[in-house]
Unconditional design. Structure first.
Length: 470
Protein backbone atom coordinates (compact mmCIF):
# COMPACT_ATOMS: atom_id res chain seq x y z
CA UNK A 1 0.00 0.00 0.00
CA UNK A 2 2.76 2.39 1.04
CA UNK A 3 4.68 1.47 -2.10
CA UNK A 4 1.64 2.09 -4.24
CA UNK A 5 1.22 5.49 -2.61
CA UNK A 6 4.82 6.40 -3.34
CA UNK A 7 4.49 5.25 -6.92
CA UNK A 8 1.34 7.29 -7.45
CA UNK A 9 2.88 10.33 -5.79
CA UNK A 10 5.84 9.97 -8.11
CA UNK A 11 3.53 9.68 -11.09
CA UNK A 12 1.60 12.79 -10.04
CA UNK A 13 4.75 14.78 -9.44
CA UNK A 14 6.15 13.79 -12.82
CA UNK A 15 2.92 14.91 -14.49
CA UNK A 16 3.04 18.21 -12.60
CA UNK A 17 6.64 18.66 -13.58
CA UNK A 18 5.75 17.93 -17.17
CA UNK A 19 2.95 20.51 -17.06
CA UNK A 20 5.28 23.12 -15.67
CA UNK A 21 7.69 22.51 -18.53
CA UNK A 22 5.02 22.38 -21.16
CA UNK A 23 5.68 24.37 -24.25
CA UNK A 24 3.20 27.24 -24.45
CA UNK A 25 0.42 25.94 -26.65
CA UNK A 26 -0.59 29.06 -28.55
CA UNK A 27 2.45 28.90 -30.73
CA UNK A 28 3.69 28.05 -34.20
CA UNK A 29 1.97 27.88 -37.54
CA UNK A 30 2.52 25.89 -40.70
CA UNK A 31 1.39 25.74 -44.30
CA UNK A 32 2.06 22.75 -46.51
CA UNK A 33 1.52 22.60 -50.26
CA UNK A 34 1.52 19.42 -52.34
CA UNK A 35 3.59 19.31 -55.53
CA UNK A 36 0.64 19.90 -57.88
CA UNK A 37 -0.42 22.93 -55.84
CA UNK A 38 2.78 24.97 -56.30
CA UNK A 39 4.00 27.21 -59.11
CA UNK A 40 7.21 25.23 -59.65
CA UNK A 41 6.08 21.69 -58.80
CA UNK A 42 7.97 21.57 -55.52
CA UNK A 43 6.51 20.32 -52.27
CA UNK A 44 6.58 23.27 -49.88
CA UNK A 45 6.56 23.18 -46.10
CA UNK A 46 6.39 26.62 -44.51
CA UNK A 47 6.61 27.09 -40.76
CA UNK A 48 6.73 29.84 -38.15
CA UNK A 49 8.40 28.92 -34.88
CA UNK A 50 6.89 30.91 -31.99
CA UNK A 51 8.36 30.74 -28.53
CA UNK A 52 8.56 32.84 -25.43
CA UNK A 53 11.78 34.28 -24.05
CA UNK A 54 15.03 35.05 -25.78
CA UNK A 55 16.18 32.22 -28.03
CA UNK A 56 19.43 31.68 -29.88
CA UNK A 57 19.33 30.56 -33.50
CA UNK A 58 22.09 28.23 -34.69
CA UNK A 59 22.21 26.36 -37.97
CA UNK A 60 24.56 23.40 -38.25
CA UNK A 61 25.66 21.25 -41.14
CA UNK A 62 25.82 17.83 -39.56
CA UNK A 63 27.96 15.40 -41.61
CA UNK A 64 26.91 11.86 -42.41
CA UNK A 65 28.13 9.34 -39.86
CA UNK A 66 28.73 6.01 -41.61
CA UNK A 67 29.52 4.18 -38.38
CA UNK A 68 26.33 5.31 -36.67
CA UNK A 69 24.33 4.97 -39.90
CA UNK A 70 23.05 8.54 -39.67
CA UNK A 71 22.33 10.96 -42.51
CA UNK A 72 23.92 14.27 -43.26
CA UNK A 73 21.53 17.10 -42.38
CA UNK A 74 20.94 20.80 -41.81
CA UNK A 75 19.90 21.48 -38.23
CA UNK A 76 18.08 24.67 -37.28
CA UNK A 77 18.77 24.66 -33.58
CA UNK A 78 17.42 26.54 -30.58
CA UNK A 79 19.49 25.38 -27.59
CA UNK A 80 17.52 24.09 -24.63
CA UNK A 81 14.33 23.51 -26.61
CA UNK A 82 12.81 20.06 -27.16
CA UNK A 83 10.19 21.05 -29.70
CA UNK A 84 11.53 24.03 -31.65
CA UNK A 85 14.22 22.66 -33.98
CA UNK A 86 13.69 22.00 -37.67
CA UNK A 87 15.75 19.80 -39.97
CA UNK A 88 16.45 19.04 -43.64
CA UNK A 89 18.42 15.92 -44.40
CA UNK A 90 20.41 14.63 -47.38
CA UNK A 91 17.39 12.76 -48.73
CA UNK A 92 15.52 16.04 -48.83
CA UNK A 93 13.32 15.09 -45.89
CA UNK A 94 12.21 18.11 -43.87
CA UNK A 95 10.67 18.06 -40.39
CA UNK A 96 9.16 20.77 -38.18
CA UNK A 97 6.23 20.73 -35.73
CA UNK A 98 3.25 22.54 -34.26
CA UNK A 99 2.11 22.07 -30.66
CA UNK A 100 -1.39 20.56 -30.57
CA UNK A 101 -2.54 19.92 -27.04
CA UNK A 102 -4.54 16.73 -26.62
CA UNK A 103 -7.23 15.69 -24.19
CA UNK A 104 -5.13 12.83 -22.90
CA UNK A 105 -3.97 13.02 -19.31
CA UNK A 106 -2.81 9.44 -18.87
CA UNK A 107 0.94 9.21 -19.20
CA UNK A 108 1.61 5.83 -20.76
CA UNK A 109 5.36 5.81 -21.43
CA UNK A 110 8.40 3.57 -21.19
CA UNK A 111 11.82 4.89 -20.08
CA UNK A 112 10.46 8.41 -19.68
CA UNK A 113 8.87 8.49 -23.13
CA UNK A 114 9.99 10.31 -26.28
CA UNK A 115 10.00 13.95 -27.31
CA UNK A 116 13.11 15.52 -28.85
CA UNK A 117 14.21 12.17 -30.32
CA UNK A 118 11.25 12.17 -32.69
CA UNK A 119 12.60 14.98 -34.83
CA UNK A 120 16.25 14.03 -34.54
CA UNK A 121 15.43 10.47 -35.58
CA UNK A 122 13.67 11.75 -38.70
CA UNK A 123 16.70 13.89 -39.56
CA UNK A 124 19.18 11.12 -38.92
CA UNK A 125 17.38 8.12 -40.38
CA UNK A 126 14.52 9.04 -42.73
CA UNK A 127 14.90 8.43 -46.45
CA UNK A 128 11.48 9.81 -47.38
CA UNK A 129 8.50 11.50 -45.73
CA UNK A 130 6.66 8.19 -45.65
CA UNK A 131 9.65 6.53 -44.03
CA UNK A 132 9.66 9.37 -41.48
CA UNK A 133 6.08 8.50 -40.53
CA UNK A 134 7.11 4.87 -39.94
CA UNK A 135 10.02 5.97 -37.76
CA UNK A 136 7.76 8.26 -35.70
CA UNK A 137 5.17 5.50 -35.34
CA UNK A 138 7.78 3.08 -34.06
CA UNK A 139 9.14 5.47 -31.43
CA UNK A 140 5.69 6.51 -30.21
CA UNK A 141 4.39 2.95 -30.00
CA UNK A 142 7.50 1.61 -28.30
CA UNK A 143 8.11 4.36 -25.77
CA UNK A 144 5.08 6.65 -25.66
CA UNK A 145 4.92 10.41 -26.16
CA UNK A 146 5.61 12.34 -22.98
CA UNK A 147 4.20 15.75 -23.93
CA UNK A 148 0.48 16.50 -24.36
CA UNK A 149 0.30 16.39 -28.14
CA UNK A 150 1.81 17.72 -31.33
CA UNK A 151 1.67 17.55 -35.09
CA UNK A 152 4.94 16.68 -36.77
CA UNK A 153 5.15 17.96 -40.33
CA UNK A 154 7.27 15.86 -42.64
CA UNK A 155 7.88 16.39 -46.33
CA UNK A 156 10.10 15.30 -49.18
CA UNK A 157 10.17 16.32 -52.84
CA UNK A 158 7.28 13.98 -53.70
CA UNK A 159 4.87 14.18 -50.79
CA UNK A 160 4.11 15.59 -47.37
CA UNK A 161 2.54 14.00 -44.30
CA UNK A 162 1.26 15.31 -41.02
CA UNK A 163 1.81 13.05 -38.04
CA UNK A 164 -0.44 13.84 -35.07
CA UNK A 165 0.66 12.35 -31.77
CA UNK A 166 -1.27 12.17 -28.50
CA UNK A 167 0.27 11.82 -25.03
CA UNK A 168 1.02 8.14 -24.63
CA UNK A 169 0.86 5.86 -27.66
CA UNK A 170 -1.98 7.05 -29.88
CA UNK A 171 -1.22 8.67 -33.19
CA UNK A 172 -2.57 9.23 -36.68
CA UNK A 173 -0.92 10.44 -39.88
CA UNK A 174 -2.40 11.75 -43.12
CA UNK A 175 -0.87 12.50 -46.49
CA UNK A 176 -1.38 16.00 -47.83
CA UNK A 177 -3.12 15.65 -51.23
CA UNK A 178 -0.79 16.68 -54.08
CA UNK A 179 -3.17 19.32 -55.40
CA UNK A 180 -3.99 20.80 -51.99
CA UNK A 181 -2.61 23.18 -49.42
CA UNK A 182 -3.18 22.93 -45.69
CA UNK A 183 -2.76 25.37 -42.83
CA UNK A 184 -2.08 24.24 -39.28
CA UNK A 185 -2.43 26.39 -36.16
CA UNK A 186 -2.13 24.79 -32.73
CA UNK A 187 -4.85 22.20 -32.84
CA UNK A 188 -4.97 18.88 -34.61
CA UNK A 189 -5.62 19.29 -38.32
CA UNK A 190 -6.74 15.77 -39.21
CA UNK A 191 -10.51 15.31 -39.24
CA UNK A 192 -11.98 12.14 -40.79
CA UNK A 193 -9.73 9.11 -40.69
CA UNK A 194 -9.83 6.11 -43.00
CA UNK A 195 -7.16 3.62 -41.95
CA UNK A 196 -8.22 1.27 -44.76
CA UNK A 197 -6.88 3.85 -47.20
CA UNK A 198 -3.23 3.05 -46.51
CA UNK A 199 -1.95 5.32 -49.30
CA UNK A 200 -3.23 8.35 -47.37
CA UNK A 201 -3.63 7.32 -43.73
CA UNK A 202 -1.74 5.51 -41.04
CA UNK A 203 -2.57 5.39 -37.36
CA UNK A 204 -3.37 3.52 -34.16
CA UNK A 205 -5.96 0.84 -34.95
CA UNK A 206 -7.99 1.65 -31.82
CA UNK A 207 -8.24 5.38 -32.51
CA UNK A 208 -12.04 5.39 -32.66
CA UNK A 209 -12.79 2.75 -30.03
CA UNK A 210 -10.41 4.39 -27.55
CA UNK A 211 -12.10 7.77 -28.08
CA UNK A 212 -15.49 6.14 -27.45
CA UNK A 213 -14.18 4.44 -24.31
CA UNK A 214 -12.88 7.75 -22.95
CA UNK A 215 -16.13 9.57 -23.74
CA UNK A 216 -14.42 11.83 -26.29
CA UNK A 217 -16.53 10.53 -29.14
CA UNK A 218 -20.10 9.34 -29.23
CA UNK A 219 -21.23 8.21 -32.69
CA UNK A 220 -24.88 8.99 -31.96
CA UNK A 221 -24.20 12.43 -30.58
CA UNK A 222 -21.29 13.44 -32.82
CA UNK A 223 -21.98 11.76 -36.15
CA UNK A 224 -18.90 11.01 -38.25
CA UNK A 225 -15.64 10.56 -36.33
CA UNK A 226 -13.31 13.56 -36.42
CA UNK A 227 -9.86 13.12 -34.91
CA UNK A 228 -9.60 16.90 -34.48
CA UNK A 229 -12.84 17.05 -32.50
CA UNK A 230 -12.30 13.90 -30.47
CA UNK A 231 -8.66 14.26 -29.45
CA UNK A 232 -7.96 18.04 -29.31
CA UNK A 233 -7.91 19.71 -25.91
CA UNK A 234 -11.12 21.81 -26.10
CA UNK A 235 -9.11 24.87 -25.04
CA UNK A 236 -7.16 24.70 -28.30
CA UNK A 237 -10.31 24.56 -30.43
CA UNK A 238 -11.92 27.38 -28.45
CA UNK A 239 -8.87 29.60 -28.76
CA UNK A 240 -9.51 32.63 -30.98
CA UNK A 241 -5.78 32.83 -31.57
CA UNK A 242 -6.00 29.43 -33.22
CA UNK A 243 -9.11 29.67 -35.32
CA UNK A 244 -8.51 33.24 -36.47
CA UNK A 245 -5.04 32.40 -37.76
CA UNK A 246 -6.48 29.31 -39.40
CA UNK A 247 -9.24 31.13 -41.31
CA UNK A 248 -6.84 33.95 -42.12
CA UNK A 249 -4.49 31.52 -43.89
CA UNK A 250 -7.35 29.63 -45.57
CA UNK A 251 -8.72 32.94 -46.83
CA UNK A 252 -5.31 33.95 -48.21
CA UNK A 253 -5.19 30.61 -50.04
CA UNK A 254 -8.72 30.43 -51.42
CA UNK A 255 -10.19 33.93 -51.23
CA UNK A 256 -13.15 32.39 -49.39
CA UNK A 257 -14.54 33.35 -46.01
CA UNK A 258 -14.84 30.71 -43.34
CA UNK A 259 -17.25 30.88 -40.41
CA UNK A 260 -15.64 32.30 -37.32
CA UNK A 261 -15.24 30.15 -34.19
CA UNK A 262 -16.11 26.86 -35.87
CA UNK A 263 -12.72 25.20 -36.08
CA UNK A 264 -14.19 21.71 -36.19
CA UNK A 265 -15.71 22.59 -39.57
CA UNK A 266 -12.55 23.83 -41.32
CA UNK A 267 -11.23 21.43 -43.96
CA UNK A 268 -8.06 19.37 -43.53
CA UNK A 269 -6.71 20.85 -46.78
CA UNK A 270 -8.01 23.13 -49.52
CA UNK A 271 -7.56 23.73 -53.22
CA UNK A 272 -6.04 27.20 -53.51
CA UNK A 273 -7.42 29.66 -56.05
CA UNK A 274 -4.00 29.76 -57.74
CA UNK A 275 -0.72 27.87 -57.71
CA UNK A 276 1.24 28.70 -54.58
CA UNK A 277 4.81 30.01 -54.78
CA UNK A 278 7.47 31.06 -52.31
CA UNK A 279 6.11 34.60 -52.28
CA UNK A 280 2.63 33.35 -51.30
CA UNK A 281 4.16 31.35 -48.47
CA UNK A 282 6.05 34.40 -47.26
CA UNK A 283 2.88 36.46 -47.32
CA UNK A 284 1.02 33.93 -45.21
CA UNK A 285 3.84 33.49 -42.71
CA UNK A 286 4.22 37.29 -42.47
CA UNK A 287 0.52 38.00 -42.13
CA UNK A 288 -0.70 40.11 -39.24
CA UNK A 289 -4.23 38.97 -39.97
CA UNK A 290 -5.03 42.05 -42.04
CA UNK A 291 -7.55 40.01 -44.02
CA UNK A 292 -9.54 39.08 -40.92
CA UNK A 293 -9.00 42.37 -39.14
CA UNK A 294 -12.65 43.00 -38.41
CA UNK A 295 -12.73 39.74 -36.47
CA UNK A 296 -9.75 40.57 -34.33
CA UNK A 297 -9.55 42.41 -31.05
CA UNK A 298 -7.47 45.53 -31.46
CA UNK A 299 -3.95 45.31 -30.11
CA UNK A 300 -0.56 46.28 -31.47
CA UNK A 301 -0.30 45.12 -35.11
CA UNK A 302 2.39 42.59 -34.36
CA UNK A 303 0.69 41.13 -31.28
CA UNK A 304 -3.00 40.56 -31.83
CA UNK A 305 -4.57 37.14 -32.03
CA UNK A 306 -4.91 37.11 -35.80
CA UNK A 307 -1.16 37.45 -36.27
CA UNK A 308 0.48 34.50 -37.95
CA UNK A 309 3.72 36.44 -37.63
CA UNK A 310 3.76 37.58 -34.03
CA UNK A 311 6.25 39.32 -31.79
CA UNK A 312 7.42 35.96 -30.45
CA UNK A 313 8.07 34.36 -33.85
CA UNK A 314 11.74 33.49 -33.59
CA UNK A 315 12.24 31.84 -36.96
CA UNK A 316 10.35 31.23 -40.18
CA UNK A 317 11.38 28.55 -42.65
CA UNK A 318 10.14 27.49 -46.05
CA UNK A 319 11.38 24.12 -47.27
CA UNK A 320 11.33 24.05 -51.07
CA UNK A 321 11.65 20.42 -52.13
CA UNK A 322 12.09 19.71 -55.85
CA UNK A 323 12.32 16.24 -57.36
CA UNK A 324 13.77 17.15 -60.76
CA UNK A 325 17.16 18.18 -59.43
CA UNK A 326 19.82 16.35 -57.42
CA UNK A 327 18.68 16.52 -53.78
CA UNK A 328 21.76 18.54 -52.78
CA UNK A 329 20.42 21.40 -54.91
CA UNK A 330 16.74 20.49 -55.23
CA UNK A 331 16.07 20.52 -51.48
CA UNK A 332 16.66 23.78 -49.70
CA UNK A 333 15.29 25.84 -46.86
CA UNK A 334 14.65 29.57 -46.99
CA UNK A 335 14.95 30.79 -43.44
CA UNK A 336 14.84 33.93 -41.31
CA UNK A 337 16.61 34.90 -38.12
CA UNK A 338 13.43 36.42 -36.70
CA UNK A 339 9.97 37.66 -37.67
CA UNK A 340 9.11 37.02 -41.30
CA UNK A 341 7.30 40.39 -41.64
CA UNK A 342 10.55 42.28 -41.29
CA UNK A 343 13.27 39.82 -42.27
CA UNK A 344 14.38 38.34 -45.56
CA UNK A 345 14.38 34.58 -46.14
CA UNK A 346 17.89 33.38 -47.00
CA UNK A 347 18.43 30.05 -48.81
CA UNK A 348 20.39 27.12 -47.35
CA UNK A 349 20.89 24.17 -49.71
CA UNK A 350 20.85 20.64 -48.36
CA UNK A 351 24.15 19.98 -50.17
CA UNK A 352 25.99 22.58 -48.08
CA UNK A 353 28.82 21.30 -45.95
CA UNK A 354 29.57 24.26 -43.68
CA UNK A 355 27.54 27.08 -42.13
CA UNK A 356 28.43 30.75 -42.50
CA UNK A 357 30.28 32.34 -39.62
CA UNK A 358 28.16 33.15 -36.60
CA UNK A 359 25.65 30.32 -36.92
CA UNK A 360 27.45 27.65 -34.92
CA UNK A 361 28.21 28.36 -31.29
CA UNK A 362 30.40 25.25 -31.11
CA UNK A 363 33.10 24.11 -33.51
CA UNK A 364 31.40 20.78 -34.11
CA UNK A 365 27.74 19.78 -34.35
CA UNK A 366 28.60 16.84 -32.11
CA UNK A 367 29.40 19.18 -29.24
CA UNK A 368 26.25 21.20 -29.95
CA UNK A 369 24.21 18.01 -29.82
CA UNK A 370 25.73 16.92 -26.52
CA UNK A 371 25.14 20.34 -24.96
CA UNK A 372 21.78 21.08 -26.55
CA UNK A 373 19.96 20.84 -23.23
CA UNK A 374 22.77 21.25 -20.71
CA UNK A 375 24.23 24.53 -21.99
CA UNK A 376 21.28 26.77 -22.77
CA UNK A 377 21.43 29.62 -20.27
CA UNK A 378 22.83 33.14 -20.58
CA UNK A 379 23.55 32.47 -24.21
CA UNK A 380 23.77 36.10 -25.25
CA UNK A 381 26.37 36.61 -22.58
CA UNK A 382 28.27 33.41 -23.28
CA UNK A 383 28.21 33.52 -27.08
CA UNK A 384 28.15 37.24 -27.84
CA UNK A 385 29.50 36.98 -31.38
CA UNK A 386 26.68 34.85 -32.75
CA UNK A 387 24.66 36.07 -35.73
CA UNK A 388 21.56 35.31 -33.64
CA UNK A 389 21.96 38.52 -31.64
CA UNK A 390 22.07 40.63 -34.77
CA UNK A 391 18.54 39.48 -35.57
CA UNK A 392 17.47 40.02 -31.96
CA UNK A 393 19.02 43.51 -31.81
CA UNK A 394 17.40 44.43 -35.09
CA UNK A 395 13.99 43.45 -33.69
CA UNK A 396 14.62 45.34 -30.45
CA UNK A 397 15.44 48.42 -32.50
CA UNK A 398 12.34 47.96 -34.67
CA UNK A 399 9.90 47.72 -31.76
CA UNK A 400 11.27 50.89 -30.18
CA UNK A 401 9.17 52.59 -32.87
CA UNK A 402 7.36 49.81 -34.70
CA UNK A 403 4.82 52.00 -36.49
CA UNK A 404 7.42 54.54 -37.50
CA UNK A 405 9.96 52.02 -38.79
CA UNK A 406 8.12 48.99 -40.18
CA UNK A 407 7.13 50.71 -43.45
CA UNK A 408 10.70 51.29 -44.60
CA UNK A 409 11.93 48.00 -43.21
CA UNK A 410 9.25 46.09 -45.12
CA UNK A 411 9.93 47.89 -48.37
CA UNK A 412 13.64 47.19 -48.12
CA UNK A 413 13.22 43.55 -47.23
CA UNK A 414 10.68 42.93 -50.00
CA UNK A 415 13.02 44.40 -52.58
CA UNK A 416 15.84 42.23 -51.33
CA UNK A 417 13.62 39.14 -51.32
CA UNK A 418 12.69 39.61 -54.97
CA UNK A 419 16.37 39.96 -55.79
CA UNK A 420 17.11 36.73 -53.93
CA UNK A 421 14.42 34.86 -55.87
CA UNK A 422 15.86 36.11 -59.13
CA UNK A 423 19.42 35.24 -58.26
CA UNK A 424 18.36 31.70 -57.33
CA UNK A 425 17.81 30.90 -61.00
CA UNK A 426 21.15 32.24 -62.17
CA UNK A 427 22.97 30.62 -59.28
CA UNK A 428 21.45 27.22 -59.93
CA UNK A 429 22.29 27.50 -63.61
CA UNK A 430 25.91 28.01 -62.63
CA UNK A 431 25.82 24.64 -60.81
CA UNK A 432 24.94 22.65 -63.93
CA UNK A 433 28.53 21.64 -64.75
CA UNK A 434 28.75 20.00 -61.31
CA UNK A 435 26.11 17.30 -61.79
CA UNK A 436 24.67 14.88 -64.28
CA UNK A 437 21.13 16.03 -65.01
CA UNK A 438 19.96 12.59 -66.23
CA UNK A 439 21.05 10.58 -63.23
CA UNK A 440 20.64 13.53 -60.85
CA UNK A 441 24.01 12.66 -59.36
CA UNK A 442 26.71 15.09 -58.37
CA UNK A 443 29.89 14.72 -60.41
CA UNK A 444 32.00 17.24 -58.48
CA UNK A 445 30.87 16.99 -54.86
CA UNK A 446 33.56 19.02 -53.13
CA UNK A 447 33.24 21.84 -55.64
CA UNK A 448 29.47 21.82 -55.21
CA UNK A 449 29.72 21.95 -51.41
CA UNK A 450 32.08 24.91 -51.62
CA UNK A 451 29.83 26.78 -54.02
CA UNK A 452 26.73 26.23 -51.91
CA UNK A 453 28.55 27.24 -48.73
CA UNK A 454 29.96 30.33 -50.41
CA UNK A 455 26.59 31.41 -51.76
CA UNK A 456 24.81 31.40 -48.41
CA UNK A 457 27.79 32.91 -46.60
CA UNK A 458 27.97 35.77 -49.08
CA UNK A 459 24.26 36.50 -48.73
CA UNK A 460 24.57 36.71 -44.94
CA UNK A 461 27.63 38.95 -45.08
CA UNK A 462 25.53 41.46 -46.98
CA UNK A 463 22.30 40.81 -45.14
CA UNK A 464 23.65 41.07 -41.60
CA UNK A 465 25.27 44.36 -42.53
CA UNK A 466 21.94 45.61 -43.89
CA UNK A 467 20.07 44.93 -40.63
CA UNK A 468 22.85 46.26 -38.43
CA UNK A 469 21.46 49.08 -36.30
CA UNK A 470 24.61 49.96 -34.39
ZN1 LIG B 1 5.32 40.41 -37.86
Amino acid sequence: MKRLLIISLLAISSILQLNAQEHPYMNCFAVIAGKDATTDGSVMLAHNEDDSGEQMLNIYNVPRNEAAGTNKYLWIEFPGMAVADAFLNEYGVAVASDACKSREERLDVTDGGVLYELRTTVAQKARSARHAVDLLKKLVEERGYKDSGRTYLVADSNEAWVFAVVRGRHWVAQRVPDDCVMAIPNYYSITEVNLADTANFKGSPDLVTYAIERGWYNPERDGKFSFRKAYSAPSTLNSDRNYIRHISALNLLTGKDYPIAEPASYPFAVKADRKIGLQDMIEILSSHGENVEQKVKSKAPQQHNGCICIDRTINASIFQLRNWLPTEIGALVWTTGGRPCCEAFIPWYSGMTASPQGFTRFATPQEAFEKHFSDAKEMRLNYPDAAAWKFVTFWEWLIEDYDGRIGDVKKRKEKLQQKLFKSQEAFERSLKPLYNADTKSITKPSELGEKLNGYTAKLYRKYLKSISVK
